[in-house]
Design a protein. Structure first.
Length: 190
């Protein structure tokens, strides 16, 4: 039902009706039965034709991840779904901000470089190597904040990108992770 109407925000979601009853009223009735105050603060709708959507809910149900991969072939599909499940756990644990370097806004990159240069300058590093130092530190930033550059949590000798590349080589495919959502109960609306 939700995927048919594709509500743009929480208010539109809660206004949808099922069997003549608004979702908001259904939620209120359910919450009255369980005695908890729970509200929908955000949601995501994902669709993929030639790929896979994989979810992961962390123990305690306070953290959930949804990962979308595209170009998933039937051959090896079960294997890539298991890999993506592991990647979803990685997202839950490491909380990356971006999938890859290309997603990092140029303003963020420039701000990071300026910070690194300023710190190096205060440490007395020569002016002519500040850019090189900033680039090296920026690579560390990518390793911490870009999913595919992160060390894989189950085998830190390889990155998440290495893991996907190995799968693609094995099955002659071009599978790639194209989006993820990380929902935590303490997160603000994002």
């Amino acid at each position: 039902m939700v995927d048919e109407h594709e509500p743009e925000n929480v208010e539109a979601l809660l206004a949808l009706e099922k069997d003549g009853t608004k979702i908001e009223n259904m939620l209120t009735e359910l919450l009255g039965k369980i005695g908890e105050k729970i509200e929908v603060s955000r949601f995501a709708i994902e669709k993929v034709d030639d790929g896979a959507l994989v979810d992961y809910v962390h123990h305690g149900s306070k953290l959930g991840v949804l990962v979308r991969a595209e170009n998933v072939k039937d051959e090896g599909k079960e294997e890539i779904i298991n890999i993506i499940k592991d990647v979803a756990m990685q997202i839950a644990a490491m909380n990356p901000s971006y999938i890859d370097r290309e997603q990092v806004p140029s303003e963020v990159i420039e701000k990071e470089k300026e910070i690194y240069k300023e710190v190096a300058q205060k440490e007395g590093k020569p002016e002519h190597i500040l850019d090189k130092i900033a680039e090296g530190k920026l690579n560390k930033y990518y390793e911490e904040n870009c999913l595919v550059d992160q060390a894989y949590i189950k085998d830190n000798s390889k990155s998440v990108s290495d893991l996907i590349d190995e799968y693609n080589k094995k099955y002659s495919s071009e599978t790639k992770i194209t989006r993820f959502h990380r929902f935590h109960l303490s997160d603000e609306n994002k």
